[in-house]
Design a protein around this ligand. Structure first.
Ligand SMILES: [Cu+2]
Length: 193
């Protein structure tokens, strides 16, 4: 989903420039490390949320969750599911996983690595009143770690660089299933945006 969505956003940018990109940092190299920053964002339909993996000491992930059931994945076969897979961060934030927001439904997100979700690695896109707080307190109250979802990874994590004035995208974690197009092993695209 993410790469194709990101491509359509690119087209939108070129043609009418309506698409906004919203950054969320995944993890940190300070304390607390197991956190999304910011923890909640507001996005319009068509906006892209870019998850920048920051933490160089611990891999994390971004998985769509279910309201009312913290730390468990949204059904993988349903439209709108996303799962970055486990990604080790990089301090400048150049490792990015992108998700297009295609709905106005509040979307909980969590990290599926070990006990990260219970430890507070939760967030929300377009939360209603109290949604985030309820999800976070529910996650903290879990008595054991949820296993990582046995579901396909979607999209791909790419690294942004600049060559000859173009932003060059190199996949560092190509998609293993679900949507998205990506080359394994450093397939590159160059775009002038
Ligand atoms: Cu994590």
């Amino acid at each position: 989903m993410s790469f194709l969505a990101w491509s359509s956003c690119l087209a939108t940018l070129v043609v009418v420039s309506q698409c906004a990109r919203i950054r969320i940092d995944v993890g940190s190299n300070g304390a607390p490390a197991l956190i999304y920053t910011p923890r909640t964002v507001t996005a319009q339909v068509g906006d892209i949320v870019d998850f920048h993996f920051i933490d160089e000491n611990a891999a994390s992930s971004v998985v769509r969750g279910i309201a009312g059931a913290p730390c468990t994945p949204y059904p993988a076969k349903k439209e709108g599911f996303f799962n970055s897979g486990f990604i080790l961060g990089e301090p400048t934030g150049s490792n990015v996983f992108s998700v297009e927001v295609n709905e106005t439904t509040p979307i909980p997100i969590y990290c599926s690595v070990g006990g990260h979700c219970r430890a507070g690695m939760v967030g929300y896109i377009n939360p209603g009143q109290g949604d985030f707080e309820a999800y976070a307190s529910g996650a903290a109250a879990l008595s054991k770690n949820e296993p990582p979802p046995m579901v396909p990874q979607t999209g791909g994590v790419y690294q942004q660089g600049v060559e000859n004035g173009l932003i060059v995208i190199t996949f560092v974690n190509a998609p293993s299933g679900g949507g998205g197009k990506g080359g394994k092993g450093g397939h590159q695209w160059g775009y002038g945006w």
